[in-house]
Ligand binder design. Structure first.
Ligand code: ACO
Length: 336
């Protein structure tokens, strides 16, 4: 049997920074309300022609450099994103940008804020069962493109970013991906979604009664719709339980966890989960004050900062969990 471990990480954020004060100029809000309710102070936003794919490739390049792995040795790229720049998937643009000459398999994984954890689990399966050796797992999202900038209840939360890790095959005794717990609840989708728009142009291709007149004519998506209170309740209910299940599968308890690294949605959610798991705040990683909720990017972005600042060190055990639209949620116990 084969093991798999994390051997590199990287991240990238857009240069445009938007503070709570900046937002108070476009919606009726203020720095105090946003800080107290969410812990968020700033976010980065992709603007104009900035490309999410470029940001994802930059994060991936840094992860490869840290791992000292040649782009041509990557055999799979999983791009976890709900905001691709091509409906058919943006992932193949990553090996292209990295200069991989070996045509590695590359595809998108769509699971909003849970995307990165699902990507990690998928990578582990490919390595363990499929003989893959070097898998790039990238979380990258630009939810700003789907935010309703007139809705103060949601527009204050989100930011854009990319983060990446390299998952590599190893001996079973070095294994660094211990256990997972993954779920979905389609019924909860009504609390958080960005669904396909009814298209007013449908049927405009032809005249009434003609075949062309019956056919669709392009399509697009609505802005993010969210019931914040329900999403908050959902997260605080399911995440501690999911982490407990994953810990149990790994044969570990809370006392074995060096770091709690949750999807960065809201500081109050992070604090509530840590309290439920009886983990002191010194063992909790948080950087959402600077970036807001960056969806699938938030976990690898926070991991990368914590690794590069020396907080997370080799051999540390991390409990991580993603949760969000779908609804989906999942946790993983990993070793750096
Ligand atoms: N500024 C000032 N006032 C505001 C703002 C704002 N930005 N937004 C809402 N308010 C007002 C409301 O209108 C309401 O006023 P009222 O009492 O007069 O009606 C009051 O503040 C309280 O609003 P609530 O919505 O009840 O505030 P709550 O404490 O629930 O906080 C929040 C809202 C921050 C959105 C919180 O519910 C939350 O963080 N939920 C989780 C959301 C989340 O994480 N979503 C992403 C999931 S991940 C993914 O997959 C995308």
């Amino acid at each position: 049997s084969r093991g798999c471990k994390l051997v590199g990480c990287g991240s990238a954020v857009p240069s445009l920074q938007i503070s709570n004060d900046d937002l108070s100029k476009i919606v009726d809000t203020n720095d105090e309300w946003i800080s107290v309710r969410t812990g968020i102070r700033n976010r980065r936003i992709l603007s104009g022609k900035d490309s999410l794919t470029d940001l994802a490739a930059e994060a991936a390049k840094k992860a490869l450099e840290m791992a000292n792995v040649d782009p041509n040795d990557v055999d799979l790229v999983l791009l976890c994103t709900s905001t691709p720049e091509d409906l058919f998937g943006s992932a193949p643009q990553i090996p292209k940008a990295l200069g991989c000459k070996n045509n590695p398999l590359a595809y998108d994984i769509t699971a909003a804020c849970s995307g990165f954890v699902l990507g990690l689990v998928s990578a582990a399966s490919y390595v363990r069962g499929g003989g893959f050796k070097n898998v790039l797992v990238i979380g990258a999202d630009a939810l700003s493109r789907y935010v309703d900038w007139t809705d103060r209840g949601s527009c204050i939360l989100f930011g854009d970013a990319a983060g990446a890790v390299l998952v590599q095959a190893c001996d079973p005794e070095e294994d660094g991906l211990f256990a997972f717990d993954l779920h979905s609840d389609g019924d909860g989708q009504r609390h958080l979604n960005a669904t396909m728009k009814e298209n007013e142009k449908d049927g405009e291709l032809g005249t009434n009664g003609s075949l062309l007149g019956l056919l669709p004519n392009g399509s697009s998506y609505s802005c993010i719709q969210m019931n914040g209170k329900e999403v908050f309740r959902f997260a605080v209910r399911v995440v501690p339980h999911s982490i407990e299940l994953a810990l149990e599968k790994a044969g570990l308890t809370g006392s074995n966890i060096d770091w709690l690294l949750l999807h960065q949605a809201n500081q109050r959610i992070i604090d509530a989960v840590a309290t439920r798991l009886k983990l002191p705040s010194e063992r909790v990683i948080s950087n959402l004050a600077n970036y807001g909720n960056t969806s699938a990017a938030s976990i690898p972005l926070a991991l990368d900062e914590a690794v590069r600042s020396g907080k997370v060190q080799n051999g540390h055990t991390i409990a991580t969990a993603g949760f969000g639209a779908g609804l989906t949620w999942g946790s993983a116990i990993i070793r750096w």
